[in-house]
Design a protein around this ligand. Structure first.
Ligand code: TYM
Length: 325
């Protein structure tokens, strides 16, 4: 199993519910790899002086969320050159047409005067991340569905053309909270790139801030509480968050409320409770920088062994001459 996250700094509730929480559950049942994808962070404007720190900070949050480096492998993408090497080989398998159809590319490139080539080929690097570890299970939020489909297509095409080389991956998308929406604009997903502070709950937010943001969340016309993401996106988003935090069915939860106020109060309280242990662990991990560094060093060593074998297989399959000694 493999999944990845960009070191974008502030981790939000979407990352936690759509991905991290499931990673924590999965780590005990699978041979699990978690990658902090710093190379992907270069595809949009970024601040070089902060990227290093953000990469370390994302590692801290993953540990705080409950990833246990004794049972899973946590590593930084740029530490293993195999990711970019396989990415090139896969770029010669993926097509311009299929990359052009990626909705994330269209969204992120729209309105930009100059678009980096890396933003265009981003999903191919992501496919390399996945295929390097023979991952058959890739736990992600709903927004990564199309990228996973591309990784599957590229793996199948490569295998058909050059012989069985890669495991064809499957997306594992959570049943609830696969797409946590912005609290201020519930028709779009919670995201740092498009959202405002008031629309996002950060894992680092104090309880008072979490309560305020959820209390001020935009709801829908009318007053009835029903789980209907299409017609009632605001209230359904709150129900999905509450459902994820309490493990109760969103429709069953909706039946208990007749007004938005109590739903908001309960959702805020559940989120505060859910994040409290994560925030406590985050503080502990921050106090131990050498632990974080050793996790990444060991992670790179473990991941590197698997990655090297897969790249060697792919190189042979496409007919590259072995390095001569
Ligand atoms: P990224 O860094 O944007 O997000 C990390 C994970 O969080 C999920 N997520 C959400 N889930 C529910 N609701 C939301 N509002 C929300 N926002 C984010 C994402 O679906 C993701 O699972 N391209 C990937 C990183 C990546 C990757 C990979 C993932 C690179 N290589 C290989 C899996 C396998 C990305 O930018 O995720």
């Amino acid at each position: 199993m493999l999944s990845g996250v960009q070191p974008s700094g502030d981790v939000h509730l979407g990352n936690y519910l759509g991905a991290f929480r499931n990673w924590v559950a999965d780590q005990h049942e699978h041979d699990a790899y978690y990658c902090i994808v710093d190379l992907h962070a270069l595809t949009l404007d970024h601040d070089p002086s902060r990227l290093r720190e953000r990469t370390l900070d994302m590692t801290r949050w993953l540990l705080a969320a409950g990833l246990d480096p004794r049972v899973c492998t946590i590593f930084v993408q740029s530490h293993l050159p195999e990711h970019t090497e396989l990415s090139w080989i896969l770029e010669c398998t993926a097509t311009y047409g299929e990359l052009r159809r990626m909705t994330q590319f269209k969204d992120k490139s729209g309105g930009q005067e100059s678009v980096r080539v890396g933003l265009f080929t981003y999903p191919v690097l992501m496919a390399a991340d996945i295929l390097l570890y023979d991952a058959d299970r890739v736990p992600v939020g709903d927004d990564q569905r199309q990228h996973l489909e591309l990784a599957r297509n590229v793996a199948q095409r490569f295998n058909a053309r050059y012989g069985d080389t890669f495991v064809v991956p499957d997306a594992a998308i959570p049943r609830v909270a696969a797409r946590v929406m912005d609290l201020q604009a519930p028709e779009r997903k919670m995201s740092k790139t498009t959202g405002t502070d008031a629309g996002l709950v950060y894992l680092a937010d104090e309880p008072a801030a979490i309560e305020r943001k959820i209390r001020r969340a935009v709801t829908d016309p009318g007053t009835d509480v029903v789980f209907d993401p299409e017609n009632k996106p605001g209230v359904s988003n709150l129900l999905a968050i509450l459902s994820a935090a309490t493990n109760e069915d969103p429709t069953a939860l909706a039946a208990r409320y007749t007004q938005y106020g109590p739903l908001k109060a309960d959702t805020a309280a559940a989120v505060v409770e859910m994040l409290r242990p994560v925030q406590d662990r985050y503080r502990e991990v921050c106090a131990d920088p050498s632990f974080v560094e050793s996790v990444l060093a060991e992670g790179a060593a473990r991941a590197g062994k698997v990655a090297a074998e897969t790249v060697a297989r792919a190189r042979r399959a496409v007919g590259l001459l072995e390095p001569l000694r």
